[in-house]
Design a protein. Structure first.
Length: 169
């Protein structure tokens, strides 16, 4: 809607944000492990539980069932999103702070320090950083699904490679 303002009509997305927000800084939150993220989203879609707070346990709407195709589609979608954001930053010459979910879970204090440093804000050594309000949801089922997905994916990839090799002969 901002591009409807005459002064902003010719600006692309990054230029528009820079003009409106006075040189914004970007923090790109990613996951190193796309399979774990895909499994998490596949389970959340089935159960309806996207976040879990320590003090209130959400009840799943359904028991999740492993589905290779759904997890594979999520993996592809996640890879496409990552590639899209990478292209956006590169094309617009933006250097985001890249934070990985796994690192934030491992040390939310270190992540907070990195964000404040990136923003050019002081970090008082005695500042209290409360733990995240949301808990990590991965369980034994998540680990089993990720392992099963990877095993099936390797088998499918191996089969496809053998078919391609036969076609070249």
């Amino acid at each position: 809607m901002l591009q409807e303002i005459p002064a902003y009509k010719t600006l692309n997305g990054a230029q528009l944000l820079a003009a409106v927000f006075c040189k914004p800084k970007y923090i790109w939150m990613r996951r190193r492990n796309h399979v774990e993220q895909a499994v998490s989203w596949a389970i959340a879609c089935q159960t309806g539980v996207w976040t879990q707070k320590a003090e209130e346990k959400s009840q799943p709407q359904a028991l999740p069932k492993f589905d290779f195709k759904v997890i594979d589609e999520w993996c592809n979608r996640i890879a496409t999103h990552d590639e899209g954001w990478g292209n956006y930053f590169r094309e617009n010459q933006i250097e985001p702070l890249v934070l990985f979910y796994e690192d934030v879970v491992a040390s939310h204090r270190a992540a907070a320090e990195r964000v404040l440093e990136f923003l050019g804000l002081p970090f008082a050594p005695n500042i209290e950083i409360p733990p995240p309000a949301v808990e990590k949801q991965a369980t034994r089922i998540s680990e089993e699904w990720a392992a099963c997905y990877l095993k099936l994916k390797r088998a499918k990839t191996g089969r496809l490679a053998r078919i391609i090799r036969r076609m070249r002969i």
